[in-house]
Design a protein around this ligand. Sequence first.
Ligand code: A2P
Length: 334
Amino acid sequence: MKREVNVAVAGATGAVGVEFLSVLERLEFPVKNLKLLASARSAGKKMKFKGTELLVEEMKPDSFKGIDIALFSAGSALSKEYETHVHQAGAVMIDNSSAFRMREGTPLVIPEINPQDALLHKGTIANPNCSTIIMLMAVFPLHQKYPVKRIVVSTYQAASGGGYAAMQELTESTKAYLQEIPFTPKVLPVDYAFNLFSHNSAMQASGYNQEEEKMIHETHKILRMQQMEVTPTCIRVPVLRAHAESISMEFEGEAPSVEEARALYEAFPGVAVIDDRDTNRFPTPREASETFDTYVGRIRHDPFRKNVLNVFAVGDQLLKGAALNAVQIAELLV
Ligand code: A2P
């Protein structure tokens, strides 16, 4: 029998926060008491957990007294500000922001890939970037048996990565476009309706944006493999909550056959194959939405290189890309 724990959710009213509640419930996580924290604006709001209404409280330094696990998704600045308070209360922080991902000594964990790292924590465990998680869920099942040396990846990312505000802006700009009403974007850099754009994270001197650099550096840390070559292009597409990725893997030796790749994916927890060439049916973001698995399809060899295999992967950004992965990390601790 798992021990019951007191859990706090920081950023409970946000796009990921709401999913924390649903995942804790769906996974039957052994919650003793649940504390919901957000900004002063949300204090007094009610949210449902297991049929009971809970009140949202304003997050304060003393909010973590008696808490065992604090699930954070309120942005990097607040994670940094509150980390010491969480530790002083004796709780473990599982942080969905990028604040501590690359910090030495802080484990960066995808439970199906490097669960052992979670146990090395010193009070904080970081949840990887959503695009990194979905990519590695499609790379690792093959990489375990057929070492990969280079990944070329292009993402088709959903609005949800930008939180509720970005999801709302996608919906509103789409309505405005259909009604032929002028629309001025407030949250995203361009009018999102029937459009796509290079990821809105800050551009770096390298010519890669922050999201792309995260995919490179986080992959190195999770796989403990600095020499893995990762070449990403991150694009936002007008999809609400699931990311898709085109992934090309170059192997050290020959690539697995399509049949073997398929078998390796089917045997891997959290991965499902949707790959029906006869009916042209492959994973879609709408189908992946609100589900736990990462879906893989379009499994095929590079037409010119025997050691390269290409796939198309799709996963719910708010679940496996965020809340689900974080609660799975919490499961490793109880
Ligand atoms: P609130 O709804 O009260 O603003 P998203 O990622 O969807 O943008 O959500 C961000 C989350 O972070 C929300 O739950 C938001 O709460 C929370 N948040 C923002 N500012 C603070 C703050 N100062 N203290 C605690 N939570 C905050």
